[in-house]
Structures are given as structure tokens and as C-alpha cells.
Design a protein around this ligand. Structure first.
Ligand code: HEC
Length: 127
């Protein structure tokens, strides 16, 4: 019996590296452009993280007024005031109105004093 069953199985070779994984890299949208590069500032990073995790950005934007004043305007208003962190952190926790208008800011009693201070420092950097 002639056996010419030369089984040159090439098939396996076809299993080439055809698995292109689709890794779409989503770019995290961070704060808009400010003239100073703040991204390496630890106060900025910490505050940004906290503010993004909380509800702040439903009422505040950096450059524009929304329900609440723009962070940039807040930063400008309190620039140089050494009581600003203490004052603003308290306001973040207790809320209130009357400084920027009649619309009140909701209180945030669940935010710790330390976190509120970190948020206040972040806002103050945005001038
Ligand atoms: C429901 C909408 C709303 C939310 C949510 C909110 N704010 Fe406000 N925020 C306001 C309003 C309105 C004012 C202006 C209050 C005033 O006129 O006294 C304000 C004022 C501020 C001020 C300036 C306070 C002053 O006395 O000048 C800071 C700082 C601030 N908000 C930070 C934050 C942070 C941080 C968060 C998230 C933890 C936050 N806000 C969440 C509406 C909001």
C-alpha cells in the first residue's frame, strides 16, 4: 500500500497572531486649562479627586458660573486671605447662602474637616 499521506498540516500555522485586543484608552477628562501647571501639585491632585467624587461639580464649574459660583471666581475672591481655607472648608461642610447670591449651597456634613480643607485648597489654586 502506497502511503503518500504526507500530512503536511499547515493548518496550525494559520493560527497566527490575529487577536487584536481593542483597548480603547479613555482619557480622563481633567480640569480645563489654567495658565499654571498644577497637575504635579499634591494639594491640587488630592482636592480634585475629592471634588470629583462628591457632588460639587453638579453645581460648580471651574471657569463658569453654574448653580454655584465658578471655582475660579471663588479663588480670586479669596486670594491672599489667610483665613480662606478655614472659612471655605467650614462653608463646604455647613453650606449656606448670601455671599454670591440667594441660592444656598447644600451642606455636606458627611465630609470630614480634613477633606473639606483639601477641597478648599484645591479651589483656591484655581485662580
Ligand atoms: C446644590 C448646589 C451646590 C453643590 C452640590 C455644591 N455647591 Fe458650592 N456653592 C453653591 C452655591 C449656590 C454657592 C454660593 C453660596 C453663597 O452665595 O454663599 C456655593 C459656594 C461655594 C464656595 C464659596 C463659598 C463662599 O462663601 O464664598 C465654595 C468654596 C464651594 N461652594 C465649594 C463646594 C464644594 C467643594 C462642593 C462639593 C463638596 C460644593 N461646593 C457643592 C452650590 C453648590
Amino acid at each position: 500500500m502506497k502511503l503518500l499521506a504526507v500530512t503536511t498540516t499547515v493548518a496550525t500555522m494559520m493560527l497566527a497572531i490575529a487577536c487584536g485586543s481593542s483597548n480603547e484608552s479613555k482619557e480622563a477628562t481633567t480640569a480645563s486649562t489654567t495658565t499654571v501647571d498644577l497637575s504635579s501639585n499634591p494639594d491640587y491632585q488630592k482636592g480634585l479627586e475629592l471634588v470629583s467624587k462628591s457632588d460639587c461639580l453638579t453645581c460648580h464649574k471651574i471657569e463658569e458660573k453654574l448653580t454655584g459660583p465658578a471655582y475660579k471666581e471663588i479663588a480670586q475672591k479669596y486670594a491672599g486671605a489667610d483665613t480662606a481655607v478655614a472659612y471655605l472648608s467650614k462653608k463646604i461642610i455647613t453650606g449656606g447662602s448670601g455671599v454670591w447670591g440667594t441660592i444656598p449651597m447644600t451642606p455636606h456634613p458627611q465630609i470630614s474637616q480634613a477633606d473639606a480643607e483639601a477641597m478648599a485648597k484645591y479651589v483656591l489654586l484655581l485662580k
